[in-house]
Design a binder for this molecule. Structure first.
Ligand code: BG6
Ligand code: MG
Length: 219
């Protein structure tokens, strides 16, 4: 029987917009200041991970033990750099085809939610002019547990009264793919097929991907 999706849940950073590169610049700059080496591979581990989880990763890599106030100050510093970088963003930084894909879902009666660990998600959606595309936005401000915990996606499905097994998650992060699997969701990776091998399949982007492709490949 053909798969019949009730909802699609989209990660933000690295799926809808290329903000992953700005997070990378911010964390690398902070790590450098702390004297901790920070590579592209480290960044891959941090995709989808909360702000505090990302800082803890860097501190533990450098064997650093800091008090809470210092940690808050460091996170604020990184976020200020990040906000500087994203303040110039506009709709031209949306990944090609993603808005058209979302519109085709809505036109077919499939619910659409955002499921992001970022507390800056509302700002980015507004800057890119796509806040109205999402019926529900679950972001870093509305969750207690970060990916790979499935909370962010479970809350999205719950908003529509949808079953996880009939919701499709789109994710570019290893932690996000794990979160989807942990919650019993269908999962499509976006980006690097090798890194996202746990996903059901991986697409390079939305430009040549349709609702029909999605249903066929998940049936
Ligand atoms: C995720 C990103 O979407 O949000 C992570 O993949 C980021 O890199 C996390 O750390 C938290 O983002 P923010 O914007 O709240 O610092
Ligand atoms: Mg992401």
């Amino acid at each position: 029987m053909a798969f019949s999706p009730q909802a699609c849940l989209f990660d933000l950073d690295g799926v809808i917009v290329d903000t992953a590169k700005y997070h990378f610049i911010g964390w690398q700059r902070l790590a450098e200041e702390l004297g901790v080496p920070f590579t592209v591979e480290d960044n891959e581990q941090l995709k989808g991970v909360s702000r505090v989880g990302s800082l803890e990763y860097i501190l533990s890599k450098g064997g650093l033990d800091l008090d809470n106030d210092t940690k808050v100050r460091l996170m604020d510093r990184k976020n200020a750099w990040y906000l500087d970088l994203v303040s110039a963003m506009g709709p031209d930084e949306l990944f090609p085809g993603v808005v058209e894909f979302i519109d085709s879902l809505r036109a077919s009666g499939i619910h659409v939610a955002l499921g992001s660990s970022s507390r800056n998600a509302p700002l980015i959606l507004n800057r890119c002019g796509i806040a109205d595309r999402f019926e529900t936005v679950i972001d870093g401000n509305s969750i207690t547990f970060s990916k790979p915990d499935p909370e962010v996606f479970l809350k999205g499905a719950e908003a529509f009264g949808a079953e996880p097994g009939r919701c499709v998650v789109f994710e570019d992060a290893v932690s996000g793919v794990e979160a989807a699997l942990n919650g019993g969701f269908r999962i499509i990776g976006v980006g690097d097929a090798e890194a996202l091998a746990q996903a059901e399949f991986v697409i390079g982007g939305f430009e040549h991907f349709s609702l029909q492709d999605m249903v066929e490949r998940l049936s």
